[in-house]
Design a protein. Structure first.
Length: 162
């Protein structure tokens, strides 16, 4: 069943199956990020579970690819921009960040796998952990900006506050 939201000038149709898929994807992505943060913020645990770091990074890479593919394939940016054309520039900027963020994570994963094969040299391992922290900060900012754009379009333009 599709749900339709209408104000005096715009209509947006929402597919519940799509919303459930996005919800599940977001939950899985959040869980992976939480596990990764918990691991990298506890040095004592991290030192004993370096292989777990590599596993989590690989899982995060796969999930992030799926997450970005969902966002782009289902075109929720397109819906937001159709509803609020004034948001086009920021939506395009956010969409272009997907490839940058994903490439950054892939580079970290490749380095972590190589470091694992070489016994996790300490200096290199510390660098990887710092890069993971920086990546997570950048992803957090990106996701917050996406949420802002979506809410701006929905609240102001569909909600009639604009």
């Amino acid at each position: 069943m599709l749900t339709t939201v209408t104000n005096s000038t715009r209509t947006l149709t929402i597919n519940p199956a799509f919303l459930q898929e996005i919800k599940d994807d977001n939950r899985h992505l959040r869980d992976l990020r939480t596990a990764l943060k918990a691991l990298i913020t506890n040095t004592a645990v991290l030192n004993g579970h370096r292989r777990r770091l590599v596993t989590l990074l690989n899982e995060l890479c796969d999930q992030l690819a799926f997450h970005f593919a969902l966002e782009e394939a289902y075109g929720y940016f397109d819906d937001a921009v159709d509803i609020a054309p004034r948001l086009t520039a920021i939506a395009e900027k956010l969409r272009s960040q997907h490839s940058v963020l994903f490439t950054t994570l892939v580079d970290i994963v490749v380095d972590a796998e190589d470091a694992e094969r070489n016994g996790f040299p300490s200096e290199r391992f510390d660098n990887i952990v710092e890069r993971v922290r920086d990546f997570d900060d950048a992803l957090s900012e990106h996701e917050a900006d996406e949420t802002t754009v979506i809410f701006e379009a929905m609240d102001r333009d569909i909600g009639g506050e604009g």
